[in-house]
Design a protein around this ligand. Sequence first.
Ligand SMILES: C[S@@+](CC[C@H](N)C(=O)[O-])C[C@H]1O[C@@H](n2cnc3c(N)ncnc32)[C@H](O)[C@@H]1O
Length: 243
Amino acid sequence: MSKPRQDKIFASERPASDFVFDEQVADVFTDMINRSVPGYATILSMIGVLADRYCTAGSRVYDLGCSLGGASLSMLHHITHDDFQLVAVDNSRPMVDRFREILAQQPGAERVELLCEDVADIEIREASVVVLNFTLQFIPLALRSTLIQRIADGMQPGGILILSEKVRFADETVNELLIDMYHQFKHVQGYSRLEISQKRSALENVLIPETLDDHKARIRAAGFRSFDTWFQCFNFTSSIAIR
Ligand SMILES: C[S@@+](CC[C@H](N)C(=O)[O-])C[C@H]1O[C@@H](n2cnc3c(N)ncnc32)[C@H](O)[C@@H]1O
């Protein structure tokens, strides 16, 4: 496979505008997310491991906000039976088009239904595994509870929701420290101070982080019986909720 193109989107000074998942981002997304989310490779791999444990025969598995299909492919590779349907959804046309090309070369691709739609508009049913891997943070705050409730209502008892999010912390000292450490992580990954600061501004109105307590309260209100965090690096987390 060819080396992913390097993310240089914020490398030179540019007029302020909100971040969008357009052609330019889709082009460099693999490099961008690997250098921007601490632990991304581990999270992807463990999503596959968790999915193998929870995916029941005849059920459906959902990857909501799939981008280039990192989580979908991990699940396809790890789930040890073939009696499931994987529904992958993203509302960015460039992401979906690229994922479709990648998928064409993958064993098990026939089990994947790839939809270019808003996650708010798709039917969720008979789900044993649902993945929101750094997607909920981009959904407007006012719509998040409805989405989580629709996921809960479409899940089988005992099914798992894997929710990965950039979070904020109620303690301002901890919050500032972990954001700062995160920016240091990005610098170590090769991003300049200008790139870090311009990307931060572009995401400000688009990526709205909540606390883990906020997530837990929403998850419990939707009827999930268990919730806890299995991964954290600075302000990046991945949690599981059991229906
Ligand atoms: C950070 S990326 C997710 C990364 C991906 N899950 C992975 O594991 O590589 C967020 C994705 O969510 C998608 N997205 C944001 N809002 C959405 C919505 N309302 N409906 C569908 N997709 C959405 C974006 O287009 C983007 O591809």
